[in-house]
Design a protein around this ligand. Sequence first.
Ligand code: SAM
Length: 282
Amino acid sequence: MDSNRTGVLTIVATPIGNLNDMVPRAIQTLQSVSLIACEDTRHSKKLLNHFNIDKPCIAYHDHGDRQTIEKLLVRLESGEDIALISDAGTPLISDPGYRLVAQARNRGITVTPIPGACAAIAALSVSGLPTDSFLFGGFLPAKTGQRKTTLNEFKPATQTLVFYEAPHRILETVTDMVEIFGQQRQGFLAREISKTFETFIQGTLSELQQQISLDTNQQRGEIVLVIAGAEEKTATTTVSAEKVLKLLLNELPASKAASLTAKICGADKKAMYQVALQFQGK
Ligand code: SAM
């Protein structure tokens, strides 16, 4: 170990089901570091054994574990390379690691990723819903009241929405989504991605709700929900209202044209009347 060199903290993604999705650089990195910080050491030992990786492991959680964070940072500062893995997928994505990475960065330690599987991105990529802009909501609150409040906050978002959900709550959550987002919003359920029972269900929220309640297999395993964003409200309402108004003014008096435009376009009648007078040069 070079005592002048600070160690590197590598955030290593691991498979979300199929071990063949482990990338070669992840294996090389885990074989070369001094220590592997794991969400659950017993769980990770199975993965590490599979790839003949025999390295010391330490359990790491973001909460209530200041001593472990400090221990890891001191070892990094003394030149040891450390990897962080979680039970599955990309660490920090609804998994531990945020505090460690934030503090490592604050202390000038190099933090680098080995990119790989992430259930949210895998589900989004096959959902058929727009991918140019999306919001990742992680896990929704477990309690119905709080979950509905959160869903109401997401309701007007026009971006595609991505959530993780536990199998025993999937029906309740989709039912709440039907109530808050409406029956006709498009949704996509991705279950057990890359595993034997990989299943995808596409449809309106009400169709999803029906399938999940009729087929209890859909209430098992690991699940990602991808939901279409709200339809964009036309920012051009005023412009199109003005167009309608102009056409009607060719045939009708200003007050009648304004009141019809207000009805057709949902615009304000008085405002339309003022615009009508302007058009007439009054
Ligand atoms: N860090 C992980 C990642 O990068 O996807 C996510 C960890 S989070 C604790 C676990 C949740 O991810 C599961 O409850 C499920 O919602 C989703 N998930 C993980 N693996 C999955 C899979 N194979 N298929 C569908 N969803 C999965």
